[in-house]
Design a protein around this ligand. Structure first.
Ligand SMILES: Cc1cc2nc3c(=O)[nH]c(=O)nc-3n(C[C@H](O)[C@H](O)[C@H](O)COP(=O)(O)OP(=O)(O)OC[C@H]3O[C@@H](n4cnc5c(N)ncnc54)[C@H](O)[C@@H]3O)c2cc1C
Length: 318
């Protein structure tokens, strides 16, 4: 059951920021926030709804780049004609989120700011991330946990759109008047395992700015069920191609680390190389260099290797 809290619906951004005092929480579509409150992951005395802030909605293509309001629904991102044509990796990632109902209600800003999905964090465990002393997944059930970046807490970030944004060099704009690269938005557990983003408690993402896309952008997600499921593993590619030669590569993995995981090893293999079978094989092997299993999640290592290999092969075929 949902605990009781007051609900406010400010008419403008300034009003929303003013309401974010004490333990107040921002709500966009509410698909994640309300679940967290219902399940007691955290509590609040005030929910500040952004739903009246119409100016935070919409997709604005400006020359080569695009600005997407934080309240734009995930469904709109997935189906927007300009995004599908010019930033297909982003549209694809949005289309891979959850289910049609959740995509219609959830927003792009909320997708980037949602809480992790670890079953201990979401359950009745006072784990490290909730201020306790232990990460229960380390010696417990860890099939869906990280193979990279484990440092005390071994969650994986659950956000399908999050790996594509840094691959594209995107930034968020916030109510504090600053721009934060999405690559720097997420906080790794070795920095602070109680925080997910660098945003201040009273800071609201207002829009996401995505620069011109390179020749190839894509997102591939592998999950246990066809819908309504989080990534077991995935890869976001942003490649500049000159024929078959890769002149620039940004590669981020999903489902494998507490933050969108930049695979510089894959980028190094690809950059300056012709995208042939040998390069693809080397890149796929590089994708799992340094990966380590927690026990039950060892299947993720060959899975990531296979996903990277298949997605790079798709670039060649296309
Ligand atoms: C059954 C289920 C399956 C799911 N499957 C997937 C999946 O496969 N892939 C995936 O990526 N996601 C998945 N999700 C998560 C879903 O995508 C998120 O719930 C949704 O994207 C969050 O958007 P929202 O607008 O509803 O956010 P909210 O629930 O309103 O907010 C989520 C969090 O972000 C904060 N927040 C929201 N907007 C802002 C803002 N503008 N500025 C600052 N902070 C903000 C809130 O305070 C809250 O902490 C799933 C969720 C459910 C319930």
């Amino acid at each position: 059951m949902l605990p009781s809290f007051s609900y406010v619906q400010p008419r403008d951004l300034t009003g929303a920021v003013e309401q974010l005092r004490g333990d107040a929480r921002v709500m966009a579509g509410g698909t994640d926030l309300l679940g967290c409150l219902r399940d007691g992951v955290f509590s609040t005395s005030r929910v500040v709804s952004l739903s009246a802030l119409e100016n935070l909605r919409g997709v604005r293509v400006e020359g080569g780049s695009v600005r997407i309001g934080a309240l734009t629904t995930i469904a709109e991102v997935a189906s927007h004609p300009a995004l599908r044509e010019r930033w297909p990796g982003l549209a694809r990632a949005a289309g891979e989120v959850a289910s049609p109902q959740l995509r219609n209600q959830g927003t792009l800003g909320g997708n980037l700011c949602q809480k992790p999905r670890c079953w201990y964090f979401r359950g009745e465990f006072n784990c490290l991330r909730k201020g306790g002393d232990d990460c229960y997944a380390l010696d417990g059930r860890n099939a869906y946990h990280c193979i990279f970046g484990e440092s005390g807490c071994c969650i994986v970030h659950p956000k399908d759109t999050a790996p594509v944004h840094p691959a594209l060099g995107a930034s968020v704009r916030t109510s504090a008047g600053r721009a934060v690269e999405v690559e720097a938005l997420h906080v790794a557990p070795d920095v602070d395992f109680t925080r997910d983003t660098v945003l201040a408690p009273d800071e609201i993402v207002t829009e996401i700015e995505v620069p011109a896309a390179p020749s190839w952008t894509s997102y591939r997600k592998v999950r246990a069920r066809r819908a309504w499921d989080f990534a077991l593993a995935g890869v976001a590619l942003a490649l500049e191609l000159d024929g078959r030669r890769v002149t620039r590569a940004r590669v981020f993995l999903s489902g494998v680390a507490p933050i969108p995981w930049r695979s510089r090893a894959v980028e190094e293999v690809l950059t300056g190389a012709d995208l042939d079978a040998a390069t693809i094989e080397r890149a796929a092997a590089a994708a799992v260099a340094g990966a380590s299993s927690l026990g039950e999640n060892s299947f993720k290592i060959p899975l990531v290797r296979g996903v990277v290999e298949e997605e790079l092969a798709r670039v060649v075929i296309a």
